[in-house]
Design a protein around this ligand. Structure first.
Ligand code: GLN
Length: 537
């Protein structure tokens, strides 16, 4: 079959969940046996979101091939179990960079280089890149931003041209918002009508409308929207607020979302998607009554998207262990000796978050000292692992001013230090140690037991590392280095074997945790927290 291209645009407001709708569709199509992938086009000028602080766009997700990506790629992977790559996330910055490089090389042969056709052609080339590999039946392309934004225009023009060129091999799904006006006790369709008009103004007729809403949209209202927007009534679909994003694929399927997509792209509609494993997960989620309470110590706790993949990995692990996850965010800047007992005592397990820079770091040390001394299941991720090492150096090895050279370049005890290959780097964008690397685990460690393997591969995003000059002193005092890169000897995992569960990973296991295959180390951590809760009682 020819590759089908599905474009997903959004209108009225941002944060409608285009990523969740795209992921849900991919999940359903994959469950029907199709080869699917999703890509995101972001209209900002940054080459990638790696240089954005989490307050801007939430977490920076990392793909196996080391691309610093929009957090929506995390949803794509969690919903589909399909790994994404650099090719799945394009920004305006990358499009322009490529066009400008071509101009400098002289590729345009003296022509005036313009948004149309040169930028739009470059966008179109990128849209078709994954399709051209022949590896996919469906390519879902999510266009970031909101219809009507200045910066989205070149993308919409590209979509218009592609729709025209591809005919029934393509489709446009437009996501809008139907607000409920409490005073009038009414849902309002006008913003949707206006948003579709905006799309039509740039020459795009949506085939399917997905309406985000808090209340049920009546058949009558659907017909009205269909009539005003030139869309078939059955192709007006509601996306009502649900208690878990993982229910969205089922809600969409109930309204024949996947069937409509197949029909409109001239594909046979036969049978049902194989959603049983997914439904089993939802059943576990709904049936869980007991809770497991986890604290996440970090500095971006005001914005929960900053730790999206960690939240989801914890949630998936808790669900598989038949528990409701109660996640408590603990602001590392506000944590100190006088309140740590009160803040951490109610918890069954503690995660020390990844991060960069000095802010909030001392609070992480306070938390870690408390957790280590009280033998609470504790999981340090990336900077969290580095903090475990520093706290241990200060309070167990007696190296008072131990630190990472990231926080104090002149520390007398640089137990965490800049990686050798980082020393010559001056550009900040895309230059960390990024993506998946091999890690060999010590056979008798808890972490090897968790994975049920000694050779694993996980994703990374860091510049600093455990300083191997100190390794022997740590090991002698009870902190073992139980995971390392087989080629370089870089320490990937530390563990205090004498504790219930005290493990830090230099890598980010959260990026590879999905609904249908939750990450083993998160599962092991949650199980330890559940055990600890029982013991506490
Ligand atoms: N700032 C630390 C480093 O660069 C940790 C990074 C992280 O937590 N992702 O090594």
């Amino acid at each position: 079959m020819e590759t089908k291209y599905i474009f997903v645009t959004g209108g009225v407001v941002s944060s409608l969940g285009k990523g969740i709708i795209s992921s849900s569709l991919a999940c359903l199509l994959k469950a029907r046996g199709y080869r699917v992938t999703i890509q995101k086009f972001d209209p900002y000028i940054n080459i990638d979101p790696g240089t954005l602080n989490p307050y801007e766009h939430g977490e920076c997700y990392v793909t196996v091939d080391g691309h610093e990506a929009d957090l929506d790629l995390g949803h794509y992977e969690r919903f589909t179990d399909i790994q994404t790559t650099r090719a799945n996330n394009v920004t305006t910055g990358r499009v322009y960079q490529s066009v400008i490089d071509k101009e400098r090389r002289g590729d345009y042969l003296g022509k005036t280089v313009q948004i149309v056709p040169h930028i739009t052609d470059e966008i179109k080339r990128n849209v078709k890149m994954l399709g051209n590999t022949g590896n996919f039946d469906f390519i879902i392309t999510e266009i970031g931003g909101t219809v009507g934004d200045i910066e989205s225009l070149p993308y919409l023009e590209s979509v218009r041209q592609l729709r025209w060129e591809m005919g029934t091999n393509s489709l446009c799904i437009h996501l809008t918002y139907v607000p409920y006006i409490a005073a009038a006790k009414e849902l309002k369709t006008k913003p949707t009508q206006h948003s579709v008009k905006k799309l039509q103004e740039v020459g795009i007729q949506p085939d399917i409308l997905v309406l985000r809403t808090e209340k049920d949209i009546s058949p009558e209202m659907r017909r009205k929207i269909a009539l005003f927007c030139n869309v078939a009534p059955e192709a007006v679909i509601q996306s009502i607020d649900v208690d878990s994003i993982y229910k969205v694929p089922i809600k969409m399927h109930e309204q024949h979302f996947d069937e409509i997509v197949l029909r409109k792209t001239c594909m046979p509609v036969e049978g049902e998607p194989h959603m049983q494993p997914w439904l089993d997960f939802l059943k576990k989620m709904d049936n869980a009554t007991e809770t497991v309470t986890i604290g996440l110590v970090g500095k971006y706790v005001e914005l929960q998207d900053a730790y999206k993949s960690i939240n989801e990995a914890l949630f998936q692990a808790a669900t598989y262990s038949d528990r409701k996850l109660k996640l408590i965010y603990i602001h590392s800047e506000k944590l100190n000796e006088s309140n740590v007992d009160e803040k951490l005592s109610p918890l069954d397990g503690v995660v020390i978050a990844p991060g960069f820079g000095q802010r909030g770091i001392e609070g992480k040390f306070v938390a870690l000292k408390w957790c280590r001394e009280h033998d609470v299941p504790t999981f340090g991720i990336c900077l969290g692992m580095q903090c475990m090492v520093i706290e241990f150096a200060r309070n167990v090895l007696g190296l008072d001013e131990a630190n990472s050279t990231e926080m104090n370049p002149t520390t007398p005890y640089n137990v965490i230090d800049l990686m050798e290959e980082q020393k010559s780097i001056s550009n900040m964008g895309g230059t960390m140690r990024l993506g998946a690397y091999d890690c060999r685990l010590a056979p008798n460690s808890k972490v090897a037991e968790a994975y049920g393997a000694t050779d694993i591969r996980e994703r990374h995003r860091h510049r600093f590392e455990f300083n191997n000059d100190y390794r022997q002193r740590f090991e002698e005092a009870g902190m073992a280095c139980v995971g390392e890169n087989p080629e370089t000897g870089l320490v990937e995992v530390v563990e205090i074997p004498g504790k219930r569960w005290y493990i830090g990973t230099q890598y980010h296991p959260e990026y590879s945790s999905t609904v249908l295959s939750p990450n083993p180390i998160f599962r092991s951590f949650i199980n330890a927290a559940i055990e600890y809760k029982k013991e506490k009682k």
